[in-house]
Design a binder for this molecule. Structure first.
Ligand SMILES: NC(=O)c1ccc[n+]([C@@H]2O[C@H](COP(=O)([O-])OP(=O)(O)OC[C@H]3O[C@@H](n4cnc5c(N)ncnc54)[C@H](O)[C@@H]3O)[C@@H](O)[C@H]2O)c1
Length: 324
């Protein structure tokens, strides 16, 4: 079936990253004319895009979204833009000036240039961080964002509001997606802010007891990266505009439960080591209400935690074999 992606030209900022590289793969199924990726490879990699880097429909630009002239050069004459390049939450806290330049100033440039060059629709990667500790569980999109305490969450919210104002002022169509806890192959394995499940996979690999800080009661809503990529494409294909959607699995999982499933899929008999937590985690609970995305985007998460952690583990151990 031909969709509006067929024969179109698309820009993806941050397309060599974890989620972005899966969005590219999902888009390629719909036969666009060209997908341009701008990524400075600060966290993304050639490894992430090796499946499609040589595809003639792909144009990879190693560059920085802080370079406004570069952004404009690659926004001109595009049909659609996915704005995914961002710093991680801890990187924003460690260096708020960089956070400002990448998350706020460059997002402003993306929005402004998309309006100037009449991009048909932009899909913006927002985050569940905008809620901070939410008021309601499952959390609907209407929960207020005043509990957020992070620069990152504030910057994501600013981005959403910027898109709203540009829709109101200039008619720029967009959809913002608030991802919950995304996991899967191509997660960062050796960065400074490595996700907890990679640290636990390291323990399983080294046959060491995996550590849980606190009582393991903190919950998250883990959503598999390929489901997130499908949500992005669904947001583009849908006629909906000026809307924000939660993208989660709609399942609440404690860290203790997460570790139990990870150990199970790896046939491991290790037992966790509980370590006293010396910092207070202000967000002790996450659970997305995904009914809006189900209703309007037809979004249905298709990969449960056990299947997702199995794929993550396979990828982790294959990668390990190649890097040893
Ligand atoms: N992973 C999650 O759980 C999660 C949750 C909520 C929201 N998000 C958002 O989803 C998007 C994708 O996240 P991800 O998990 O794939 O992270 P990621 O770090 O793997 O991807 C971001 C990409 O942007 C690139 N980038 C960073 N700064 C850049 C710059 N100045 N110029 C050009 N490229 C730059 C990085 O090299 C990287 O490839 C981000 O906007 C992130 O904030 C992710």
């Amino acid at each position: 079936m031909q969709t509006k992606i067929y024969g179109s030209k698309i820009l993806i900022t941050g397309g060599a990253g974890f989620i972005g590289s899966f969005v590219v793969e999902e888009l390629l199924k719909y036969d666009p004319e060209k997908i341009t990726i701008i990524d400075n490879l600060s966290r993304g990699s050639f490894e992430n895009i090796k499946n499609f880097k040589e595809n003639s429909k792909i144009e990879f630009i190693e560059g920085d979204i802080r370079d406004k002239a570069l952004l404009e050069e690659h926004i001109i004459a595009k049909d659609y833009v996915f704005h995914m390049a961002a710093l991680r939450i801890n990187a924003c806290a460690a260096n708020p000036q960089d956070g400002f330049d990448v998350m706020i100033k460059s997002t402003f440039d993306v929005v402004d240039l998309c309006a100037k060059h009449q991009i048909k629709k932009v899909i913006y990667s927002s985050s569940a961080s905008v809620y901070g500790l939410a008021q309601n569980f499952p959390t609907p999109e209407t929960d207020n964002p005043y509990n957020n305490q992070t620069f990152y969450g504030g910057a994501k919210l600013f981005g959403e509001q910027l898109f709203r104002s540009y829709k109101f002022m200039y008619g720029l169509d967009y959809v913002a997606l608030r991802y919950f806890n995304v996991y899967g192959p191509r997660m960062d394995t050796d960065g400074k802010y490595t996700e907890v499940m990679i640290r636990w996979l390291d323990c399983i690999s080294d046959n060491k007891a995996p550590a849980i800080y606190g009582d393991g009661g903190t919950t998250m809503d883990f959503v598999y990266v390929k489901d997130v990529a499908r949500a992005n494409v669904a947001a583009l294909l849908s006629d909906t505009t000026d809307e924000v959607f939660n993208v989660g699995n709609g399942t609440e999982t404690s860290l203790k439960q997460l570790l139990a499933v990870l150990l199970k899929v790896n046939n491991s008999t290790l037992t966790p080591q509980f370590i006293e937590e010396n910092t207070i985690n202000p967000v002790s609970r996450r659970l997305a209400d995904i009914s809006k995305a189900k209703l309007i985007l037809n979004f249905e998460p298709s990969i449960d935690l056990e299947a997702g952690l199995t794929e993550l583990s396979q990828w982790y151990f294959e990668k390990k074999v190649f890097t040893v």
